[in-house]
Design a protein around this ligand. Structure first.
Ligand SMILES: [Zn+2]
Length: 257
């Protein structure tokens, strides 16, 4: 028990950081480079379409957004341009993702909902923002925190009745799922929407495309891919939030010559 408490306080000590721009305090105690190397190995196993003609476009837009985001990368999280890897994933599900370390996947099924450069910039702005905010590492840290909390509860109730023990474990488990993990996911998505909007505008794309894209995307049927699950901001909340951030984003746009 004592060891666990010591471990927890040590983790809290090293773990406090702040997200760029929003300043939200974060609890991260895993090494970003370790999460990046695990991600790279997952990414290498995915089925990609290296010959797809649209890849050059995705890469160009992605790198412009990375360059625009770098100004706010105070912690030096974003890899150098040469280290980013963009791939079109052979998957009809409309989805996209970014992994720590700069691996970006854009599903082939996403293009039909993102016909213009501005639409692709909406998606890539959101994904690059997950990377700069270290959401991947934060999520891993949260899961590890939950596992540690469960061990503490287990240790603390070792001599209690089975009933007390299971109640404790349920409290930790349920509390973790509804009290910590889900709201964090929602805040990650909102943060990625907010920063993504600023970065796409700064890279020269029209931020008005963002609320329009999400509104359109919310109307497609079928199962939602993981990046767009129901734990995420509801569609109307998302569109309203984006509209609210538009003036801030427009102010980031490069001045016309
Ligand atoms: Zn996201």
């Amino acid at each position: 028990m004592r060891t666990f408490l010591l471990l927890l306080s040590a983790l809290a000590f090293v773990g406090c950081q702040n997200a760029p721009i929003t300043g939200r305090s974060q609890f991260i105690f895993v090494d970003e480079s370790e999460v990046a190397s695990m991600s790279a190995s997952e990414f290498s196993k995915m089925k990609k379409l290296p010959g797809d003609k649209r890849l050059a476009k995705v890469k160009e837009i992605g790198l412009r957004i990375v360059a625009a985001a770098r100004r706010d990368d105070k912690a030096g999280v974003l890899p150098p341009s040469s280290k980013w890897e963009f791939a079109i994933i052979d998957d009809k599900t409309p989805n996209a993702f970014a992994m720590p370390g700069g691996k970006i996947g854009f599903n082939s099924g996403m293009f039909q909902y993102a016909p213009t450069d501005d639409d692709i910039a909406v998606i890539l702005g959101h994904e690059v923002s997950h990377v700069i905010c270290r959401h991947g590492s934060e999520r891993v840290s949260q899961s590890m925190g939950v596992a540690i909390a469960a061990s503490i509860a287990d240790e603390a109730t070792k001599n209690s009745s089975t009933k007390t023990r299971s109640a404790w474990m349920a409290a930790v488990g349920v509390g973790a799922q509804y009290g910590i993990l889900l709201p964090f996911s929602r805040s990650h998505e909102s943060e990625a929407d907010h920063l993504g909007l600023l970065f796409m505008a700064r890279a020269g794309y029209n931020p008005d495309a963002a609320p329009a894209f999400w509104d359109r995307f919310s109307k497609i049927g079928g199962a939602r891919p993981p990046e767009f699950l129901s734990t995420h901001p509801s569609d109307s909340t998302r569109v309203k939030q984006l509209q609210g951030w538009l003036p801030e984003a427009r102010a980031q746009m490069p001045r016309q010559p």
